[in-house]
Design a protein around this ligand. Structure first.
Ligand SMILES: Nc1ncnc2c1ncn2[C@@H]1O[C@H](COP(=O)(O)OP(=O)(O)O)[C@@H](O)[C@H]1O
Ligand SMILES: NC(=O)c1ccc[n+]([C@@H]2O[C@H](COP(=O)(O)O)[C@@H](O)[C@H]2O)c1
Ligand SMILES: [Mg+2]
Length: 232
């Protein structure tokens, strides 16, 4: 069984922190960080606003990211070994790939590959404050947050919602521990549901189980969010 889980959402929402904790807790689990697919700095366009456009999809080599996901899909065991992840023989049928990044659900060829799409949100003020404490490889010039980062976040999120991409919203104001427990439990439940679907048909005496949609576990759509925190 293969499960691709997206840990997406706003910059400084806590994606990398949460992903690191999940990676330590889950067996046979690999990670792909979207940040690793930034194009070289001299290929990042400068907008009419004068800012380098770090927060647009075109600044990322998404085709290369997709290739990496496909390499995992074609052989999770080989991928894990190549990335120094020990494969546990007793859990070897189940493999999880975490995709982590701020624009995970805006690149069409990737969108349907997720079994679960999480989306971390935090309010504007908190985001601006956390961002001011971060050191990126290229430091933010004055005004970048209000002039580029936050408007692009709003734009891509609105597009995602308008396109009907179903995500599970996570409130990034919760503690690291609470978020970790919530998501770990949810992933473990997904694994249980998937393994139920893969069981042979029940014996005639048992009540019939509802039929799956025939796409396999890795291609099911994430359930819609129960509620969306009003954070934009
Ligand atoms: N749940 C949380 N509550 C408060 N601060 C957090 C939380 N998760 C992460 N942080 C802090 O917020 C900043 C951004 O976290 P990070 O995981 O790098 O976010 P992202 O990858 O979404 O940009 C870091 O300083 C981190 O320690
Ligand atoms: N990794 C880099 O080379 C680099 C350079 C400049 C800005 N950034 C920033 O990284 C952010 C995305 O990463 P986080 O979601 O971890 O904050 C974007 O908002 C972008 O402005 C990254
Ligand atoms: Mg990060």
């Amino acid at each position: 069984m293969k499960l691709i889980v997206g840990i997406g959402g706003v910059t400084n929402g806590g994606k990398t922190t949460l992903t690191d904790s999940l990676l330590r807790a889950l067996a046979n689990c690999c990670v792909i960080h979207q940040d690793d697919f930034y194009k070289p700095q001299d290929q990042i366009a400068v907008g009419e606003d004068g800012f380098k456009q770090w927060d647009v999809l075109e600044s990322l080599d998404m085709a290369a990211m997709l290739d990496t996901v496909q390499a995992w899909l074609s052989s999770p065991q080989k991928f894990a070994r190549a990335h120094g992840v020990g494969v546990q023989p007793e859990a070897s049928d189940t493999h999880i790939l975490l995709l982590e990044g701020f624009l995970l659900y805006s690149y069409k060829p990737l969108v349907d590959l997720y079994s679960r799409r999480y989306f971390l949100t935090i309010p504007y003020e908190e985001c601006k404050w956390r961002r001011s404490t971060r050191n990126y490889t290229v430091p933010d010039p004055p005004g970048l947050f209000d002039g580029h980062v936050w408007p692009m976040y709003r734009k891509y999120r609105q597009e995602m919602e308008a396109n009907g991409v179903e995500v599970v919203y996570l409130d990034g104001m919760k503690s690291r521990e609470e978020l970790f427990r919530e998501v770990l439990e949810d992933i473990q439940n997904s694994l249980l549901n998937c393994s139920q679907e893969e069981l042979p048909a029940p014996a005639p005496a048992c009540p019939a189980r509802p039929q799956g949609r025939g796409h396999g576990c890795g291609h099911r759509t994430a359930r819609p969010a129960a509620s969306q925190p009003d954070t934009v």
